[in-house]
Design a protein around this ligand. Structure first.
Ligand code: ARG
Length: 595
């Protein structure tokens, strides 16, 4: 089905036409229609326009009203204040548009006009290391952005640029050569079952390997040298070394999958293309940059310089593409990845969901790639996210001052959620298994929502008490609103979807809810196109609040004015439920049917 025009878009169009007719000297001028407290909408565009053309805004506004053709959408329109227009829409038109929206599988959300191909680089943890709260943000935000873009019809290629290539692998593989049984799985029965348990057993083995080899590396000069030689072997493709490296990567992937499972995000192996994947191209990157003069040798290292990037002492800080010992780092892999993503994958847009603290790195990498002719202007963009803070306002750490493990956070959130769910469970007669399932949907939803409901560039305080609170801007509040609607619908039995009755006059709380439902498609498109999931979160929160008011003031099953009003209210309930469900799903959050 074609997209459904919202009522606000229809009103906007009417006004724009009237404005063009009233003011032919400013064709295509925007009437600037906004939601308003005084009426349904307010149009402010006449003010600035009249001033610009040295006219009288009230007079212009009056002309716009006079030029409005007869229509079904606008019930009342009046000039107010210095020259605003206050607009009240017709209940009938409002219900008709919502009915059209409800008849559409996509709830009227339009596809993008010119979809392209975007590569989204997100969920990029590091091999042989724990995932921490920074990886939470990249995973959760990235996943929401992927869903939003796909929903708009964009072709999305996911890239999990995991840190699987670096100097530490010389040490780790050398240790495995000398201690071949280090990564062996003991009796697997002890690991318990389920992906999460397997994952944590895998991480425990990796931690042991990491610590043991680090101790040796720091204390034994002989081992240190052997580890360095091993790194050279690894990078030159020695088979025995590569096999051990693979073993470590695979073990890490078991762990990552366990965390993703807990987080309820899908990460596919074929999309996991880590730093190592670009190894064969690094020499070419170096050669091309050097030949074109984009990079120059400086004290043996291959560097790219920027006029505006300087250290505190004023000396330029270069991007180092190749170290003086011949080794490659993070920058080289990112440059090779850009060539691959634009050149081979034919992407139009490259998005990087990465910590804001890496902004300088990306600025230099993008600039280098552009100078080299590998990256079109404006094709790449970091979507930087802020830091997760503890209650003390400093970057979130454990009491011992260590980075917080993601799995511990998830466990704690789910535990907290279980308390909330259990309290209500008796009334619902939930089984232990159902409680556990709900607890994970509520707990993980709480963490995701807290992350996504903030504008992503902002830092936020990790406060579980607030996150699982039933009141306020939390996912639990939204999940309860959804479950409550579903319960009303279950009680309604036959005909639970209701039916729109455009002939009925609406109560204020019904109108407020309906007007907000009318804005779903535009809000979603906006959130997707601007890469701002928090706009969708804010919309959904307001939807749940408006529903709560509606439900307080307008009995549904016992509607005071009879059967048609009941159907109409059920219709509003059903559309609200679908909208909540769809919106939450795009944010990666479950909406249980009973809670
Ligand atoms: N592995 C990195 C980290 O944990 C993030 C990688 C971001 N992506 C990239 N293409 N550099 O900080």
């Amino acid at each position: 089905m074609a997209s459904v025009q919202s009522l606000s878009a229809a009103v906007h169009q009417r006004l724009a036409e009237a404005l063009s007719a009233a003011l032919p000297e400013a064709p295509g001028a925007d009437p600037l229609l906004r939601r308003s407290d005084r009426a349904d909408f307010q149009a402010n565009g006449m003010l600035a326009l009249a001033k610009q053309l040295k006219g009288n805004p009230r007079e212009l506004a009056g002309k716009v009203v006079a030029a409005l053709p007869a229509n079904d959408e606008i019930k009342e329109i009046e000039v107010s204040g210095p020259g605003f227009l206050n607009i009240t829409v017709a209940d009938e038109a409002l219900l008709r548009t919502l009915a059209a929206r409800a008849a559409d599988d996509r709830l009227g959300v339009p596809y993008k006009e010119h979809p392209g191909t975007s590569v989204v680089d997100y969920a990029q943890p590091n091999v042989a290391k724990e995932m921490h709260v920074g990886h939470l943000r990249s995973t959760v935000i990235g996943d929401a952005i992927v869903q939003l873009l796909e929903h708009r019809g964009e072709t999305v290629i996911r890239r999990h640029h995991i840190g699987d290539w670096g100097t530490q692998f010389g040490m780790l593989t050398q240790y495995l050569i000398e201690h071949p049984h280090e990564l062996d799985h003991e009796s697997d029965a002890a690991a318990g079952d389920g992906e999460a348990a397997e994952g944590s057993a895998a991480m425990a083995r990796l931690n042991r390997l990491y610590r043991a080899s680090k101790v040796l590396f720091d204390s034994d000069e002989g081992f240190k040298q052997r580890a360095r030689d091993r790194l050279v072997l690894l990078q030159s493709g020695d088979e025995e070394t590569l096999a051990l490296w693979h073993k470590i990567v695979d073990e890490s992937k078991i762990y990552f999958q366990g965390v993703y499972r807990q987080l309820d995000v899908e990460v596919r192996d074929e999309d996991t293309v880590g730093e190592s994947a670009y190894n064969d191209d690094l020499q070419n990157v170096v050669k091309d940059l050097e030949e074109s003069g984009v990079a120059v040798r400086s004290e043996g290292a291959l560097c790219v310089f920027f006029d505006d990037v300087k250290g505190p002492d004023g000396t330029p800080t270069p991007l180092i593409v190749q170290k003086s010992n011949g080794g490659f780092g993070y920058a080289a892999t990112d440059l090779a990845a850009i060539r691959n993503r634009i050149g081979e994958l034919k992407a139009d847009t490259l998005l990087y969901v990465v910590d804001a603290r890496q902004a300088l790195h990306f600025r230099m990498v993008f600039d280098t790639a552009r100078r080299a002719g590998w990256l079109p202007e404006d094709a790449a963009r970091q979507l930087p996210f802020g830091t997760v803070l503890g209650r003390d306002g400093k970057p979130f750490k454990t009491r011992e001052g260590e980075t917080v493990r993601l799995v511990d956070l998830l466990d704690e959130a789910v535990g907290r959620a279980a308390e909330v769910v259990r309290e209500k469970s008796e009334k619902l007669g939930l089984s232990e298994e159902e409680i556990a399932e709900r607890a994970s949907q509520v707990g993980v939803g709480a963490i995701k929502y807290a992350d996504l409901s903030n504008s992503m560039t902002r830092d936020y305080v990790f406060d579980l008490d607030r996150m699982v609170s039933l009141n306020g801007d939390t996912s639990v509040y939204l999940q309860y609103a959804y479950a409550r609607i579903r319960s009303i619908m279950r009680m309604a039995g036959e005909g639970a979807e209701g039916a729109a009755h455009p002939e009925l006059p609406l109560k204020p709380a019904e109108r407020a809810l309906a007007l907000h439902l009318d804005e779903f498609a535009e809000t979603l498109a906006h959130a997707a196109d601007l890469y701002e999931p928090h706009k969708l979160a804010a919309y959904l929160y307001q939807l749940a609040s408006l529903f709560t008011t509606f439900y307080d003031q307008c009995p549904v099953l016992k509607a005071e004015d009879g059967a048609q009003q009941r159907e109409n209210r059920l219709f509003l309930c059903a559309l609200t439920a679908r909208t909540l469900h769809q919106g939450m799903a795009l944010l990666g959050i479950r909406t249980p049917e009973r809670l």
